[in-house]
Design a protein around this ligand. Sequence first.
Ligand SMILES: Cc1cc2nc3c(=O)[nH]c(=O)nc-3n(C[C@H](O)[C@H](O)[C@H](O)COP(=O)(O)OP(=O)(O)OC[C@H]3O[C@@H](n4cnc5c(N)ncnc54)[C@H](O)[C@@H]3O)c2cc1C
Length: 391
Amino acid sequence: MQVDVVIVGAGPAGLCLARSLSGNGLAIRLIERQTLDKLTNPSLDGREIALTHASQQTLQSLDMWRHLQADEISPLRDAQVLNGSSPYALRILAATAGEERLGCLVPNQAIRRAAFAAVNDCPDVELLTGCTIEDLQCSRQVVALRLSDGQRINARLLVAADSRFSETRRRLGIGAHMEDFGKSMLVCRMSHERSHEQVAWEWFGYGQTLALLPLNGNHASAVLTLPPEEINEVMKLAPDAFARDMERRFERRLGRMELIGERHAYPLVGVYAQRFAGLRCALIGDAAVGMHPVTAHGFNFGLQSQKRLAEVLLDALREGRDIGDPAVLQQYARAQQRASWPLYQATSLLVRLYTDDRMPTRLLRNAGLRLAQNLPPFKAALARHLTQVSG
Ligand SMILES: Cc1cc2nc3c(=O)[nH]c(=O)nc-3n(C[C@H](O)[C@H](O)[C@H](O)COP(=O)(O)OP(=O)(O)OC[C@H]3O[C@@H](n4cnc5c(N)ncnc54)[C@H](O)[C@@H]3O)c2cc1C
C-alpha cells in the first residue's frame, strides 16, 4: 500500500494532525494500538485539560469543538499560586488582560471523543486500529512499514504521536532527555461545600503539591502530588477516609469535600526529544515534548506542534515540493525547538524550586511569590500570554 502520511498514535495530537492535513489530496493512515471501540468511547482518565484561548480556537477550526457538550466545558476565570502555609497568593486575573476568563477546562476523555468524531468524518483518513508497527525502514525515497497485523505500507512521511514513551521515536533512533521527578500525581473529581469561584489553585505545600481545577458548580478536579509510595497509600483509602484526608490537605478552605468517581494516578516524567525530525519522519505531541503537568501546557503544546507541522507540510504541498524533503522537516523542527525549549526548561526549574522543602528554598519561594504579586505588569503579561489567540 502506498500512502502519503502515516501517523502513529490516534491520541489527541495524532487525531488533530490527521484533521489538519485532511482535505488536501493526501492519503493519510492513522495507526492506533487501541481498539476502535475504545477510540469511539474513550474511558475517563481523570485528566481535566486546561485549554488556552489559542487551543480553543484551534479546536474550533478543526471542527472538533462542536462535538463537545456544553456541560463538559468549565470556565477558568483566574488562577492563584500558593506557597506552604503562607496566606500570600500570586493571583493571575483574566480581567488584567481584558478578558472574562483565562481559558477553560475540558475532560481529556471529551477531547479524545470529539477529536475522533471529527476525524471519522474525513474520507481521506483511514484508521488502522488494534495494531502497531513491527518494523520500519526510513530511506531517502520512502518509509517502509510492517504492521503487527502483517500489512505493509510505504509512506512519504511518518509522524510519531504515540505518547511520551513513544516506541516509534525509539525505532527511529531518536533519543530523548527524560526527567523522572520521582513523584506521582493523583487526580480525581470532588464536590465541595464552598464555591471555588472558577479560580484554579496551584498550591506548593511542604511535602505535597496540590492543585484545584474548577469545574462547573461546586465540583473540582483535585490534584495531589506525592512520592509514589505515599500516593499508593492514598489510593487505597476508602472513599470517605480519602475525602476527609483531602479536606485536611486543603486545610478545609473549601469546606466539606466528597469524592466523585474513580481516582487515577500518573508517574511524573518529563520528556524532551533530541530531535523533532529525521529522515522522512517527524515527532509531535507528547512524543516530541512531554511536559510536567504543573503549567497545564502539555496538550496546548501538542496542539501547537501539530499545527506547526501541518502548516509547513501544506505550504510544501502548495509549492509542489516533497513533504518528506529534509529542508521542509527541518523548518518544522527549528520552529518546534524555538517554541518549546524555554517553557520546558522554565517548567522543570519551577518544579524543582517548588518541590524543594529546604528552608532557604522555602524563603526564596515566598519572596518570589511576593515579588511577582507586587509586579502588576508581570501578572498582566502572564494573563495576556494565556489568553492570546495567536498561540
Ligand atoms: C494528570 C495530567 C493532567 C494534565 N493536564 C493537562 C492540562 O491541564 N493541560 C494540558 O495542555 N495538558 C495536560 N496534560 C497533558 C496532556 O494530557 C497530554 O499532553 C496529551 O494527552 C498528549 O497527547 P498525545 O496525543 O501526544 O499523547 P497521548 O494522549 O499519550 O496519546 C498517544 C496515543 O498513541 C497510542 N499509542 C501508544 N503507543 C502506540 C504504538 N506503539 N502504536 C500505536 N499506537 C500507540 C496510545 O494508545 C494513544 O492513543 C496532563 C497530563 C496528565 C498526566
